[in-house]
Write a protein that binds this ligand. Structure first.
Ligand code: 13P
Ligand code: SF4
Length: 345
């Protein structure tokens, strides 16, 4: 059977990028680069917003400069609330687009415009529109990891932080749901809420690789470990979790739960914040492959990995990695996005 990587690469003709070679800056070169970026951020009235999966250097810089390191929901909120005229989004394309849709008068720059997401790639607007048209009796709920065009076709946008609450609310009102694109998150929400949900067949190439068997083996070595799982993971992995949640919910659990060891099934970029906020605890990567398997993501998103300090400097200097969303499309996509931001559980 083809893996999702192979499906995307062979059938959809999408090339999954290799992880970039680690940049070989000496510590003094890195310090000088960070100083230059801090000056540029001030000169350009810019703020840096970084996702938890990005390089620790970027997360540290965002923290030090009054920017924000967050999950995709809080990144969206922060960009919209910030008084800065320029937002530099270190993450993947849908995060930059969301920032632009919420702040059309601001300039949104990204370290690279190439950084995308397998969920976004796996949900092209034409096929998605046809799917919605076939099931026009359903309320369309899409995950934030989608293009502006897909959001514009939706009734609601959600992130993993808020998906359960929104779907439960809709289900309580008797609404049937069309969910896209992540089938694992969709199945988890369906199982938790009992909602009537029709699922698009998409997956995250990073989370899809976590293996329940590997976690079970690790638990034999660390029987007291707490298992933290992002709901983009397969059902068998979610079934092993002590806590299932978005990136920020997993960090909160790591801080609050009184345990020494945690097995974490999400992108390893999150270890920077977990270790910072719970320095005395041990965090282990959930295994992504058994022996002999080929692991392409190895618990690190290849698109998140494209973001680097050098590219932040480049983006600020050249102002050429700008996210633009056509005005009419942005106005349509804003409606379901704003619904999410206004939603109170
Ligand atoms: P969060 O909304 O939990 O930050 O997740 C975003 C994402 O891309 C997970 O793979
Ligand atoms: Fe997309 Fe997965 Fe990367 Fe998140 S980790 S941005 S869902 S490919």
């Amino acid at each position: 059977m083809l893996t999702k990587w192979q499906t995307l690469e062979n059938v959809m003709n999408i090339t999954i990028p290799q992880h970039p070679a680690p940049h070989g800056l000496s510590s003094s070169e890195k310090a000088a680069l960070v100083t230059r970026i801090k000056i540029l951020l001030e000169q350009h009235n810019a703020t840096l917003v970084a996702h938890y999966y990005t390089d620790p250097d970027l997360q540290a810089l965002a923290d030090e400069t009054g920017g924000c390191v967050a999950d995709s929901l809080e990144m969206a909120r922060f960009g919209a609330m910030s008084s800065a005229q320029r937002i530099v989004v270190a993450g993947v394309r849908f995060m930059g687009e969301t920032a632009k849709i919420l702040s059309p008068d601001k300039t949104v720059l990204m370290p690279t415009l190439e950084a995308t997401c397998s969920l976004d790639l796996g949900c092209p607007i034409d096929a998605f529109e046809a799917f919605c048209d076939e099931h026009s009796d359903r309320t369309v709920v899409v995950y934030a990891n989608t293009s502006a065009a897909v959001k514009a076709r939706a009734d609601w946008v959600v992130t993993s932080s808020i998906a359960l609450d929104v779907v439960e609310h809709l289900s309580d009102q008797g609404e049937k749901i069309l969910w896209a694109p992540d089938r694992y998150l969709g199945a988890y929400v369906q199982q938790q809420t009992g909602a009537d949900m029709l699922l698009w067949d998409g997956a995250c190439v990073v989370h899809e690789e976590f293996k329940a068997r590997g976690i079970a083996d690790l638990l034999k070595v660390y029987p007291d470990a707490v298992v933290l799982v992002h709901p983009e993971s397969p059902e068998s992995v979610v079934a092993m979790a002590d806590v299932v949640g978005s990136t920020s919910q997993l960090i909160k659990a790591a801080v609050e739960i009184d345990a020494e060891t945690f097995i974490v099934a999400t992108d390893r970029g999150i270890f920077y914040k977990m270790q910072q906020q719970a320095p005395d605890k041990r965090f282990l990567e959930a295994p992504t492959a058994g022996s002999g398997a080929t692991c392409k993501s190895c618990a690190h998103c290849p698109w998140m990995a494209m973001n680097s300090l050098e590219q932040v400097e480049h983006a600020l200097l050249m102002q050429d990695q700008e996210i633009l969303v056509p005005v009419e499309l942005a106005a349509k996509a804003l409606v379901p996005l704003q619904r999410m931001l206004n939603f109170k559980a």
